[in-house]
Design a protein around this ligand. Sequence first.
Ligand code: ADP
Ligand code: 5GP
Length: 198
Amino acid sequence: MSTSTSAEGSSAPATGQMLLVSGPSGTGKSTICKRLGEDPRVRFSVSATTRTPRPGEENGREYHFVSKERFREMIREGAFIEHAEVYGNMYGTLRAPMEDAIAAGDVYLVEIDVQGALQLMALDVPGLYVFIAPPDFETLRRRLAGRGTETPEVLERRLRKAEDEYRERVKYDHVIVNDDLDRAVAELRSITGLERTP
Ligand code: ADP
Ligand code: 5GP
């Protein structure tokens, strides 16, 4: 699964690979990936989804927003590497952009929930699989509440799910504890090989 051989990642190529970043909701995946994306060698995977855009979201930037009918058609066409239903909406990782980015020698960054990550592992999709863990569950609760994007009911549901998802961390190549953001980003850059100059 991994092209890296050690926690130091000294043999990991900086480019031409999938970097999968996963973990429970609220652990800081988006925040960390946004920082990593400041490097021009990093290309973001943009998934397709059937959910309606939130205020401020743009088609093609956060997601490709498609109808349920179009999503089903894309499944039939083989457009997805994996797809899943998450909280009542469909989401799918597109195949073609990943193949293009890797061929171009970029790091293809896939930010995905644990269910999706396990699917990619089961499909033997090559890449570096990284689990972002919260320092502890109380901190996770505080951060999720602080983000202010979930109702109290959804927040509780996501926290319960987070405990199950946390157990899956042993299946990943690396676990990064998102305590201090700068440190977590530096660790990810190091294991990906991005800290080396191109
Ligand atoms: P995810 O994408 O995993 O659901 P987010 O990136 O949205 O998580 O982070 C959840 C919340 O926690 C956000 O409000 C974010 O600003 C905050 N956060 C992320 N990383 C840290 C950190 N290292 N320290 C403190 N707050 C953080
Ligand atoms: P949101 O609607 O809040 O943006 O995302 C909801 C959940 O869907 C998140 O846990 C996110 O990681 C997950 N998700 C986003 N894109 C994909 C995808 O392509 N495949 C899978 N399996 N999950 C996804």
